[in-house]
Ligand binder design. Structure first.
Ligand SMILES: [Zn+2]
Length: 237
């Protein structure tokens, strides 16, 4: 029976390791995804800023065209001034010239605003570009590292699984299914090693006579409170 108990203990240790490895295996793709999302957020911000920058530039170009047209119109009107015959025509042209000049100065002011905004945005866009580039480089390294890690975890997982497969035939079906049942209902822990008079699973106090029975190790004893199978510290590897 001691051999069986020792086998159960080994099985429990393997199952804890397997469960830890499985958690790790699952967490790696999640970690990669999280990091990739962070880069996506930065890239979106960059695109958004680039779009606004482009809008400012377009507006500026439009205004520059408008200024050119207004200036051309002014030149045209001025040349017409020399040819007019009536005072009314003269006044109308002066008024037009004035209107065009007001336009030019208003557009020039607007252009300046767009230029200031563009400069600020260009600076931010360049900064963000560098940031995104750096993040991508780091991400590539990070991904490689995690893929290696995942590979190692998978190899270890398979080897532990094989160990488990070798161990299982040494334990009777009845005992094994009892262990599995307890393990399922007790957060993965079906067997606990005891060192003194307390259950290492639920902290229940165990009577000395009961502990003495566990020490003997000639039958399967379980915790009255949590149902876990006991093994004595010196009886197992
Ligand atoms: Zn217990």
């Amino acid at each position: 029976m001691r051999k069986v108990l020792n086998g159960l203990w080994k099985l429990q240790k393997l199952d804890i390791e397997l469960s830890d490895l499985a958690t790790k295996k699952e967490s790696i793709p999640q970690k990669i995804q999280n990091e990739s999302k962070k880069i996506q957020v930065k890239e979106n911000e960059l695109q958004e800023k680039q779009k606004v920058l482009e809008e400012h530039n377009n507006q500026r170009r439009k205004l520059e065209q408008e200024i050119k047209e207004a200036k051309d119109a002014t030149v045209r009107y001025r040349s017409q001034l020399l040819k007019v015959k009536t005072n009314k025509e003269y006044q109308t042209l002066l008024h037009e010239i004035n209107t065009q000049e007001i336009k030019v100065s208003a557009y020039a002011e607007e252009t300046l605003e767009h230029t200031v905004q563009s400069k600020e945005l260009s600076r931010k866009v360049e900064e963000l570009k560098k940031e995104v580039e750096k993040s991508k480089e780091k991400f590539t390294e990070y991904k490689e590292k995690l893929h290696k890690e995942l590979n190692q975890v998978e190899i270890l997982f398979l080897s532990k699984e094989k160990e488990r497969e070798k161990l299982v035939p040494n334990i009777s079906r009845a005992i094994l299914s009892r262990y599995e049942q307890i393990r399922k209902s007790r957060a993965g822990i079906g067997v606990v090693k005891i060192f003194d008079s307390t259950c290492n699973g639920c902290n229940a106090i165990l009577p000395p006579q009961f502990v003495a029975e566990v020490k003997k190790g000639d039958r399967i004893l379980t915790c009255e409170q949590c149902g876990r199978i006991f093994v004595w510290k010196e009886n197992v590897d």
